[in-house]
Write a protein that binds this ligand. Structure first.
Ligand SMILES: Nc1nc2c(ncn2[C@@H]2O[C@H](COP(=O)(O)OP(=O)(O)OP(=O)(O)O)[C@@H](O)[C@H]2O)c(=O)[nH]1
Ligand SMILES: [Mg+2]
Length: 465
């Protein structure tokens, strides 16, 4: 992260929050940041005079409330500008009990410190130029990451990889704007752009570079949010069994009675660095029963929200018309999603003709009983959602829809500028589009922000971050 000059730092009134998860643990950390934070803590800290200590030093002492010792703690001091927020900061490590942590926090709050809002420390770090907006967002991604690849993607962004790309695009567009504005000086002489080809090449490059980054979003989204995977099929097709088999544990109830699963059940399962949120659903059938119809309706709605749909069919039974109608209804809801037709209960197939029929109907056939086809199914699930492309963890992935929108809008304006150039429009038209593209890119890194945008980003953080 870049180190801003101390004269760029604004210290706000101090805020405090518990920075660690609340629960029983070895230690808990309470963070206090803002103008006068060190003095405020000093008032309730018995030990060395914190106000006289150097930055980046840790001090043993006691937090006292009136005459009462609340806890023995270690207070670590970070002086402005060399702290996470850029402000004076104290981190108090106390014993990790729920009650004691709460009491230490309350003692600090009574010394005239406000409780921090969600993400307030990171917001202050951003406002003090400690990080770009996309890096601040990566802090939250890192905390919420549920798979190894999600951690790697967040780490790339945290190190400023997205910001570096965006700054390159901005620089190229600024160069293009400079060329256009140079030409504007000659506009009265009605000359064609002397550098038209050069300008076309420059804008074409930006267009294709933004395009390459945008292409990573499809994978980036799956990495960040997990692959929403739904198992659907008729009652008794083996949906709950397959979900349990993939996860290696008995998550869903299985029985020979058709209609065992009545509602939607979710569970996270990781496979080769990618998280799948597996959703088991109630079996589909054409029914008049009210509760069952509600279950079927929920199954269909789970399909609408899924990235990957696994339609299961018991291949020991021949397909019939109802099956075709049910599958048709799923297909109608599956547009733009990946759908795998999987045959179950392969172990029950005893004649070759049934096996051939099954192979024809399904993408693959598995058995949860003898495990055949299960590894192949796992590989197929992963490969099909990634469209057979491996995730290059060394490269930046766009994982946020906000960043995708910003890049798309910027590319749109770049393309408009290229069209304007092609159709021989004057430079001022081009300038308008190029400036609009710069603005859009600025919203990604946070050069251009609004209160609403910051509010919507930081309110999603946890308290204490
Ligand atoms: N032989 C064999 N039986 C299986 C296999 N998979 C599931 N079964 C059996 O099929 C029956 C139904 O399995 P479930 O997993 O409950 O089926 P479901 O699709 O979840 O059914 P509903 O929840 O009722 O919609 C159970 O008796 C399972 O033991 C398999 O691969 N081979
Ligand atoms: Mg079930």
């Amino acid at each position: 992260m870049k180190e801003p000059q101390s004269d760029h730092i604004t210290q706000k009134p101090p805020v405090a929050a518990i920075a660690t998860a609340l629960g029983e643990a070895g230690i808990s950390v309470i963070r206090i940041s803002g103008e006068g934070a060190i003095d405020r803590v000093s008032q309730v800290f018995h030990g060395k005079k914190l106000g006289e200590q150097k930055t980046h030093t840790a001090h043993f002492g006691r937090i006292v409330d009136g005459g009462r010792i609340v806890d023995e703690v270690v207070a670590t001091i970070f002086r402005t500008p060399k702290s996470y927020t850029g402000e004076d900061t104290v981190e108090i490590s106390c014993h990790g009990g729920v009650l004691v942590t709460q009491e230490v926090l309350e003692t600090i709050l009574r010394s005239g410190v406000r409780h921090a809002e969600p993400g307030e420390f990171t917001q202050r770090a951003f406002l003090n130029g400690k990080m770009e907006l996309s890096q601040a967002e990566a802090v939250a991604d890192m905390i919420h990451a549920r798979s190894r690849i999600a951690v790697e993607a967040a780490s790339q962004q945290l190190e400023g990889a997205l910001g570096r790309h965006v700054r390159e695009f901005r620089q190229q567009i600024i160069d293009a704007t400079a060329m256009v504005e140079l030409e504007l000086d000659f506009v009265e002489e009605d000359v064609e752009f002397a550098n038209k080809e050069e300008l076309q090449r420059l804008l074409g490059d930006v267009d294709s570079e933004i395009g390459k980054l945008l292409e990573t979003y499809e994978t980036g989204r799956l990495v960040k949010h997990g692959v929403q995977t739904v198992f659907v099929g008729r009652p008794n097709a083996g949906k709950s069994t397959l979900m349990n088999t993939l996860m290696g544990k008995e998550r869903a109830i299985v029985s020979a009675t058709a209609g065992t699963t009545r509602d939607v059940i979710d569970a996270d399962w990781s496979y080769e660095g990618l998280t799948f949120t597996l959703t088991d659903t109630a079996g589909l059938r054409e029914t008049a029963d009210e509760i069952e119809s509600e279950g079927v309706r929920r199954s269909e709605s789970a399909v609408t929200k899924a990235d990957l749909i696994i339609y299961l069919k018991d291949v020991s039974e021949p397909p019939d018309e109802e099956e075709e109608r049910l599958l048709q209804r799923i297909l109608e809801r599956a547009e733009g999603k990946v759908l795998l037709k999987v045959g179950t209960k392969k172990d029950l197939l005893n004649d070759d003709s049934a096996a051939v029929r099954a192979e024809n109907w399904c993408h693959m056939v598995v058995s949860a009983i003898d495990g055949s086809g299960i590894d192949a199914l796992k590989k197929k699930m992963r490969a099909s959602v990634l469209h057979n492309r491996e995730i290059d963890t060394g490269k930046l992935l766009v994982t946020s829809s906000r960043h995708r929108d910003g890049l798309e809008k910027a590319r749109h304006h770049v393309r408009e500028a290229m069209n304007a150039l092609d159709s021989g429009m004057t430079g001022d038209f081009l300038s308008i589009d190029l400036r609009a593209a710069l603005n859009e890119l600025g919203t990604i890194t946070g050069e251009i922000t609004t209160e609403d945008l910051l509010e919507s980003i930081f309110s999603r953080f946890c308290i204490g971050k």
